[in-house]
Structure formats: structure tokens, C-alpha cells
Write a protein that binds this ligand. Structure first.
Ligand code: NAD
Ligand code: UDP
Length: 323
């Protein structure tokens, strides 16, 4: 399922590391746990199961090299690990706005707890930051050097500012305590194991299309995003963890598309009779988003290879099978 080059690269490795994946029972985390196990690492998946699910990791539970700990990263924890991937945080607007104060706590107190752990055991720690640190961007496409245009008091701020402050903490722990950090800024990612009810655009549209229900476009559908398939994203995260670059570094697929166009593609690929219905645009919904990935290409030798058409068809097949 994963890119052959990264899989063989990792399987060839001799050193086995103890790797902690917070948010490991979520969409991206469960795929990451899978590939880390394939590379013969010992994986500890820590998750409070707020938006993740045991179903996402059920196939890993019998693996001797895999351990699941139900824990909330807002509370500290003592573990002995070599690497930490910090993914724990609800990622879809519906879920991170459900309890915004908790979202801020997860980003900030979670980062402090995981950075404290990394400092104590001298582990390398990677933060999954987000394109949301650029807010509603005035520079397009967004390079890492752009400081962003974020509303500090809006409904998305709990997530955007939480992730921005987490980046600050990562860089301060690095400067002050020499913690070995990596910071990835992830752009919209999609694929199997997105939660059907989490409200993100790809899963929403696919589920609606498969049920021949109306496709719910917010606004006029002219807003854009750039969608990266999960296998490419996991490869990028691992390459960043293994590299000497600390970041922040954009990871995403620069192939930008409007929400209306992606709705049409999903209807076509699903052979659906769904019609489009238009709804109110949520507050502070970014108008456009596209990563500049020159840094990732140059430093990590990473370039997403799965086209949107290919990735959408795989994702539709997954949702059809799990119906
Ligand atoms: P997800 O919601 O599927 O996964 C997040 C996981 O974190 C879930 O399993 C959830 O139960 C867990 N979690 C939430 N709060 C927690 C807490 N306090 N303690 C312990 N576990 C907790 O989301 P995802 O798409 O897999 O995103 C993973 C990470 O990547 C997130 O940090 C997100 O901000 C980041 N990211 C994702 C995208 C994307 O498009 N998927 C884009 C940018 C950034
Ligand atoms: N969106 C939409 N209909 C939906 C879900 C989302 O039109 O059913 C839009 C949403 O308003 C945004 C884009 O699709 O403009 C991406 O939304 P998502 O929640 O997936 O991610 P984010 O806004 O965080 O990039």
C-alpha cells in the first residue's frame, strides 16, 4: 500500500527504535503506526480516542511490537522512547470547535508535556503543525517564511493559534533546552480511515455521493484547497523525522483545486446521481490554500506522487467497502 521506496528503505534499517505516536488511533496516526511497524520499530500509540478509534488500529493490536495506551496528552506521562511523533489534536473544524478550550489545551499543554518528555529522555520529537498557521493567506502559494494572516479571536482560532503557539514552544524548547525538534506544516490530507462523521470535505462529499444525497458546498465553492493523499503524507513525515532539517517545513500536494471542482470529480468517480446544494460559508473559512513545497523537495527529496484522481478513487473504494 505504501510507496515502495520508503518501505524498502525502512525495512532495510537495522536499528529498532521505540517510537511514540500521539494521536496514533486517528486518521494519519494509524497509517503512520502501520508503516513504522513495517520498518520493525517498536510503536507506542497513545490516544484518548476523542476523534480516533480502536477500529483504526485493531489490525495492529496483536503485533508484539505495538502497544496502545489510552491517555490524554493534556496530562503528563512517563515513558522511555527514542522518537515522538506528536499528532494528538482534533483536526476537523467540526471536532476542534466542539470544545475549543480543550483544543487549545491539547495543542499547548500537550506540546509542553510531550516536549518535557522529549527533553527528559533525549528523544527526537516531531510536531504535526498545519497550513492553518497561515490563516487566510495573503501570499500564494504559501512558503514557510510567510508569517500568516490569522484571526486570533474567531471560531477557528482555538486550532490555528493553538498550533501556532505549539510551534513557538517547539522552537523555544529547542533554543532553551536543545530538544531535537522537527516541525511539519501539513496541508489538507485525505484517504482511508478519515472518520465518516468528522465533517471534512473529502469524506463528507464521498459519503453524500455514495448515498446519492445532496453534496453540501459551503459558500459558492470557489474557495480552494490542495489535497495530499495519505501515503504521500506519511512518507513525508518519516523523511522529515529522519532528516537533519528541523523545519518548519510544508508537507502537502501543491495541486490546487476549488471545492466545486472536487465535488464534481467525486460525483463522477462515484457514479452518483447527487446534486449540489449550497450552504452558508463558515466563519473565517480560508479563501485559498496551496503549499510551496520547494523546501521539502530539496531537503527531504520528497514529492507527492499520487494524483488527486487516483487518490480519490482509492478513497471512494475504501468508503464503499466500509459501508
Ligand atoms: P484525527 O482527528 O483523525 O486524529 C487525531 C487523533 O488525536 C485522534 O485519534 C484523537 O482521538 C487524538 N486526540 C485528540 N485529542 C487528544 C488528546 N488530548 N490526547 C490524546 N489524543 C488526542 O486527525 P488527523 O487528520 O489524523 O490529524 C493528525 C494530526 O495532523 C493533528 O495534529 C492535525 O492537527 C494534523 N493535521 C492534519 C491535517 C489533515 O488534513 N488531516 C492537516 C493539517 C494538520
Ligand atoms: N466544505 C464544504 N462542504 C462540506 C465540508 C467542507 O464546502 O461538506 C468546505 C469548507 O468550507 C472549506 C473546504 O471545504 O472551504 C475544506 O474544508 P475542511 O473542513 O475539509 O478543511 P479546512 O477548511 O480545515 O481546510
Amino acid at each position: 500500500m505504501y510507496n515502495d521506496s520508503i518501505e524498502s528503505e525502512l525495512i532495510g534499517k537495522e536499528i529498532t527504535l521505540r517510537v511514540l505516536v500521539t494521536g496514533g488511533a486517528g486518521f494519519i496516526g494509524s497509517h503512520l503506526c502501520e508503516i513504522l511497524l513495517k520498518s520493525k520499530h517498536d510503536v507506542i500509540c497513545l490516544d484518548n480516542l476523542f476523534t480516533g478509534s480502536k477500529d483504526n488500529i485493531r489490525h495492529l493490536l496483536n503485533n508484539d511490537h505495538f502497544e496502545f495506551i489510552r491517555h490524554d496528552i493534556v496530562e503528563s506521562i512517563l515513558l522511555e522512547v527514542d522518537q515522538i511523533y506528536n499528532l494528538a489534536c482534533p483536526a476537523s473544524p467540526v471536532h476542534y470547535q466542539y470544545n475549543p478550550v480543550k483544543t487549545v489545551k491539547t495543542s499547548i499543554m500537550g506540546a509542553i508535556n510531550m516536549l518535557g518528555l522529549a527533553k527528559r529522555v533525549k528523544a527526537r520529537i516531531l510536531q504535526t503543525s498545519t497550513s492553518e498557521v497561515y490563516g487566510n493567506p495573503e501570499i500564494h502559494p504559501q512558503p514557510e517564511s510567510y508569517w500568516g494572516n490569522v484571526n486570533p479571536i474567531g471560531v477557528r482560532s482555538c486550532y490555528d493559534e493553538g498550533k501556532r503557539c505549539a510551534e513557538t514552544l517547539f522552537f523555544d524548547y529547542h533554543r532553551q533546552n536543545k530538544v531535537d525538534i522537527r516541525v511539519a506544516r501539513i496541508f489538507n490530507t485525505y484517504g482511508a480511515r478519515m472518520q465518516p462523521d468528522d465533517g471534512r470535505v473529502v469524506s463528507n462529499f464521498i459519503i453524500q455521493a455514495l448515498k446519492n444525497e445532496n453534496i453540501t458546498i459551503y459558500g459558492d465553492g470557489s474557495q480552494t484547497r490542495s489535497f495530499c493523499y495519505i501515503d504521500d503524507m506519511v512518507e513525508g513525515l518519516i523523511k522529515l523525522m529522519e532528516s537533519d532539517e528541523i523545519g518548519p517545513i510544508n508537507l502537502g500536494n501543491p495541486n490546487e483545486i476549488s471545492i466545486k471542482e472536487i465535488a464534481e470529480k467525486i460525483v463522477t468517480f462515484s457514479k452518483s446521481s447527487s446534486k449540489i446544494s449550497y450552504h452558508k460559508l463558515p466563519e473565517d473559512d480560508p479563501v485559498r490554500r496551496q503549499p510551496n513545497i520547494d523546501l521539502a523537495k530539496r531537503i527531504l527529496n520528497w514529492n507527492p506522487t499520487i494524483t488527486l484522481d487516483e487518490g480519490l478513487q482509492k478513497t471512494i473504494a475504501y468508503f464503499m467497502d466500509s459501508k
